[in-house]
Write a protein that binds this ligand. Structure first.
Ligand SMILES: N[C@@H](CCC(=O)N[C@@H](CS)C(=O)NCC(=O)O)C(=O)O
Length: 83
């Protein structure tokens, strides 16, 4: 069965936890959307509305019609490593 998975990282460039996730992304050579919530308040509002928090990093995972938001840099790194 095929599974459509779309991933976007909500992050702020100056955040060290985000830098850790971005390093893992680069090590793994993965490509996915980067949403800078420091420079785009619409993205920050979207995250806040969906999750009740604006903490970064946060990974938005879309599978078909279902959307999950994953917090915690360690959990996000593990998720990326297991893709
Ligand atoms: N334990 C979290 C810490 C994340 C964190 O503290 N992020 C800061 C930026 S460096 C943040 O978004 N603080 C603002 C807030 O939580 O609303 C992780 O490892 O991802």
């Amino acid at each position: 069965m095929s599974k459509i998975e779309y991933i976007a990282l909500y992050y702020k460039p100056q955040c060290p936890f985000c830098q850790k996730v971005l390093s893992v992304k680069d090590e793994l050579g993965q490509e996915f959307e980067l949403c800078d919530t420091a420079s785009n308040s619409d993205l920050m509002e979207e995250q806040l509305e969906a999750t009740g928090k604006k903490t970064v990093p946060c990974l938005k995972i879309t599978k078909g019609d279902a959307v999950e938001w994953l917090y915690e840099s360690g959990d996000i790194c593990n998720y990326l490593k297991n893709l």
